[in-house]
Ligand binder design. Structure first.
Ligand code: HEM
Length: 493
């Protein structure tokens, strides 16, 4: 028993030294300002990580942040993810951090994420490599948006999913939403349909890969982390294989064109112009093949889980707001009534979905899909009276600003009409569901258009209700407790 207490005591003293004194020992520029108040916690290395990560409804800021903000203020110091940390729940400081990427701060995700995503993922790389990859991402999104096929496919996928609900009284919405976003993204990125055998294999590997992102970084065969690293290798080789096949087809295709051979079955296949990310990526010579593969993974990762959770948020909040549903229905019936039957939605239709976009914004604000992003201070920084020491982790918490009553009136109320009076240029600081600055999400509009098109068909064909105990929980990745069970009522139009 004595030995047990001795070990606890030694651990406590060790934790105290490691968390409290070491970070303070290396502070150079104390004259720049004082460290924010706060606590480093007592667990060696972990500090306050466990209470910080403790699950809570994503529509609230959670007990940890609530208690720390009321005790220390909106900016405080802590010890999180094995590092001394400055936590910011302040809209001015968050904005300052996001706008000063690469100058004063740098993206810095935990090692688990590096191990699974790989060294050249956009979420991991910094500096010039990030700029180069990001430019490609932005031009890819612009190109894909200009292709009418892209919108037609989103709509087709929506109709397929909703058709499969016709005779159902209940669905687990998160599963349906994931099916939808995976089918959309895998087609947009790799040109694959759900029927192709490669798609099922990529989905299976991709799910293993995602589980590893949020696991303990222990590389022992059989652990979620080790499985994820292996799944990433398998997805990479599937994508490399697809790249190889595409290149071969393109060579044969070009040869056929050069030889004037335009007839026959082969040509019908090869003449088919592909409109996916990969086809555009193949023509980009500033990226290596490994970078192209990593890019595909980033797009799959970015476009899958977050977008499906956004769909679930919208469905969850609309179920509890009959006035929102009525106005959505009126907006979409208005758009449909101006179109010939069976004509697909286009960008002009999307631009007319003003109220839908307000509902999406409000769901992003209340639902907080991404609670915070990871940064590191590159030098000693003075912000207001605070010192942010060089090398410390810096966590801008996006959700606290969304739920701050001094920033948004009645922040806990789902009220899409609040966005009618917001000017675009005023929302940059107080609404950051997609991050900000030079790391702002390049897929934000793709996500919005997917959700808007889904809503278009959903509200015209179904009424639904949800269970009260099925809340979105921040782990901090967001998940509905029971997968968001929808009780359906279908009406044919
Ligand atoms: C509701 C849906 C989405 C949400 C809430 C979301 C959120 C975010 C956030 C907060 C960041 C910034 C991360 C940081 O600053 O460290 C980000 C970055 C990123 N997102 Fe999204 N995202 C969504 C959809 C998408 C989609 C559809 C794609 C791709 C098709 C995508 C691809 C990316 C990529 C590649 C980055 C890294 C950008 C960079 O580092 O420059 N995201 N996303």
């Amino acid at each position: 028993m004595l030995v047990f207490w001795l070990v606890i005591l030694v651990g406590f003293v060790f934790g105290l030294i490691l968390n409290h004194f070491l970070p303070l020992l290396f502070l150079k520029n104390k004259r720049l300002g004082a460290l924010p108040r706060g606590s480093f916690g007592y667990l060696p290395l972990l500090g306050e990580t466990l209470p910080f990560l403790y699950p809570h409804p994503s529509t609230t800021i959670g007990t940890f942040l609530q208690e720390h903000c009321s005790r220390y203020g909106k900016v405080f110091k802590s010890h999180l993810f094995f590092s001394p940390t400055i936590v910011s729940c302040d809209q001015e400081l968050n904005y300052f951090i996001l706008q000063n990427e690469d100058k004063l701060f740098e993206c810095s995700y935990p090692k688990t994420i590096h191990g699974v995503l790989g060294k050249i993922s956009m979420l991991v790389v910094v500096g010039d490599t990030h700029k180069r990859l990001r430019n490609v991402a932005l031009s890819l999104v612009t190109t894909i948006k200009s292709k009418p096929d892209f919108l037609t496919h989103i709509e087709k996928t929506t109709i397929q999913i909703l058709d499969s609900w016709k005779h159902k009284k209940q669905v687990i919405f998160c599963q349906e939403a994931r099916k939808f976003t995976f089918n959309v993204i895998v087609k947009q990125v790799l040109g694959l349909t759900p029927e192709e055998p490669q798609t099922a294999q990529i989905l299976e590997d991709f799910l293993t890969f995602m589980r590893g992102l949020i696991s303990f970084p222990l590389y022992i065969p059989g652990t979620p982390y080790a499985n994820a690293v292996k799944a990433r290798i398998r997805i990479s080789s599937s994508v490399k294989q697809i790249i190889k096949e595409r290149r071969n087809n393109n060579i044969i295709n070009n040869n056929n064109i050069n030889n004037g051979n335009f007839c026959g079955k082969m040509n019908i296949n090869f003449q088919e112009k592909r409109n996916d990310f990969l086809e555009i990526l193949l023509g980009v010579d500033t990226l290596s093949d490994d970078e192209k593969v990593s890019f595909v993974l980033d797009a799959l990762l970015g476009g899958y889980e977050t977008t499906s959770i956004l769909m679930a948020m919208v469905v969850h909040f609309v179920a509890k707001s009959p006035a929102t549903l009525e106005q959505l229905k009126a907006e979409h019936e208005g758009i449909r009534s101006k179109k010939k039957k069976d004509v697909s939605l286009n960008w002009e239709d999307y631009k007319m979905m003003a109220f839908t976009l307000n509902v999406i914004n409000e769901s992003l604000r209340c639902g907080n899909i991404v609670k915070f992003v990871h940064r590191k201070a590159l030098k000693d920084i003075k912000f207001k009276d605070y010192l942010i020491p060089s090398g410390w982790k810096v966590l801008p918490i996006l959700s606290t600003v969304h739920l701050d009553p001094s920033v948004h009136s009645n922040p806990l109320e789902f009220h899409p009409w609040r966005w009618e009076t917001q000017r675009q240029d005023q929302t940059g600081k107080k609404f950051t569901p997609f991050g900000g600055g030079s790391r702002c999400c390049p897929g934000s509009e793709l996500a919005r258009v997917e959700v808007a098109f889904f809503i278009h068909h959903l509200v015209q064909n179904f009424r639904w209700s949800v269970e009260d105990d099925d809340q979105p929980i921040a782990h901090p990745y967001v998940e509905f407790q029971r997968g968001l069970v929808l009780n359906l009522d279908h009406f044919a139009i």
